[in-house]
Design a protein around this ligand. Sequence first.
Ligand code: KG4
Ligand code: ZN
Length: 334
Amino acid sequence: MKDIYCLAIESSCDETSVSIVKNGTTEIATVTSTQIDIHALYGGVVPEIASRKHIENITIILNELLIKSKMKIEDIDFIAVTYGPGLIGSLLIGVMTAKTLSFIYKKPIVPVHHIAGHIYASNLTERLSFPLIALVVSGGHTELIYMDADYSFKKIGETLDDAVGEAYDKVGRILELPYPAGPKLDSLAHRGKDTYNLPTPLDDESYNFSFSGLKSACMNLKNTLSMKKEVLRKEDLAASFQNRVVKILVKKTIKAALEYNVKNIIIAGGVAANSGLRDELKKAAIDNSINLIIPDLKNCTDNATMIASAGYYAFLKNGASELDFNAKATESLF
Ligand code: KG4
Ligand code: ZN
């Protein structure tokens, strides 16, 4: 069978990323330009700055990609692009670039949901086997998803309030860590001990999650200690918080795998880079004879490689789109 090459573009938040992937599984080349340093000055992503930076970066990194891959756009079979959810101004830059390339070079175009992209990051590590349970943990999403085939998603549970990444970033701010706080809180947790008596979040029979109570408990602890003029041991609070989060994520993911009788679990999204989550889920998967696929660290945060992989299966399943689709700030995968 002829090889199929996908050129993908991701610009939903603060990374401008382009990638070429063969047959949905083999990365040929990827170029990503991150804006983290600029947004760190403001303590979070500034949407207006993000879209301006995407405009500045996109043609430069596309040229770099063609040089790195030693390919021409004529060699590409189809174009995939993140159309949502995300920051609308940022999404529009990627979508307009993809549409322009599709029009000029007469290439089919495939709009890809950002979370589908995160799920397919694992497909670049190992070809997905179905049925599977996907634990999606990013800055904006926390969901348990059942998949019985490629590009088929059924939600079985979700957060009722904060997403995990959001909770990490907010508790990081309580600990006065710079943006993005998630990775820094993760490394702080490794230097501390689980000594603080924090609540276990929504430990019930459902597949839903809730992290706002845990976040508030961290804030209250800080205020109480400060009023009593006692020192807050930041490493210990980080370790206590991380243990509560990881424990409930692992518990409900394994429960879902057992109840849905699946032998495969994947984790997806920026928080899939969390070392505590990776380690504990690995142990639990071995204990329950479940195959766990963890994406490479470089594919956990936003990148176009995962969009190309998801785009390949979206293309096989649904074919190409007309050029009249829109970028969408909010969009459900289900
Ligand atoms: O998936 P992502 O790159 O962007 C969204 O689509 O939301 O996820 C970003 C989120 C941020 O909240 C960031 O703090 C969190 O992932 N994150 C982490 C770690 N690395 C990134 N959270 C906990 N531990 C980490 N190692
Ligand atoms: Zn993301």
